[in-house]
Design a protein around this ligand. Structure first.
Ligand SMILES: [Zn+2]
Length: 94
């Protein structure tokens, strides 16, 4: 496997619904409460609430990732097919 990666992990940085900053969050241990330290917005629904606000962003990232994986699969497939028909091993004389 030359083109496919072992894993396609990716992360989406959640953004504040009010100010759009993605690196100013303060949260409690179980992330049931999050506060944006930049604008002071408090998310009493915690991470779930923040994810809901970022749903579009998350969907977009998933779509991008899907495209990347699909493109890699195609490349891999092309190689396999090329290898399968390389040379003339598949032509046999009875
Ligand atoms: Zn904010």
């Amino acid at each position: 496997m030359k083109h496919l990666k072992d894993n396609y992990n990716f992360s989406v940085k959640l953004r504040c619904a009010v100010c759009g900053y993605d690196d100013c969050f303060e949260s409690n241990d179980d992330k049931s409460y999050i506060k944006c330290t930049n604008c002071g917005k408090e998310y009493f629904g915690g991470q779930d609430e923040l994810i809901e606000f970022n749903n579009e962003l998350i969907q977009e990232s998933i779509e991008q990732k899907k495209e990347e994986i699909t493109s890699d699969v195609h490349k891999e497939l092309n190689d396999i097919i090329k290898n399968a028909f390389s040379g003339n091993k598949y032509i046999k004389i009875k």
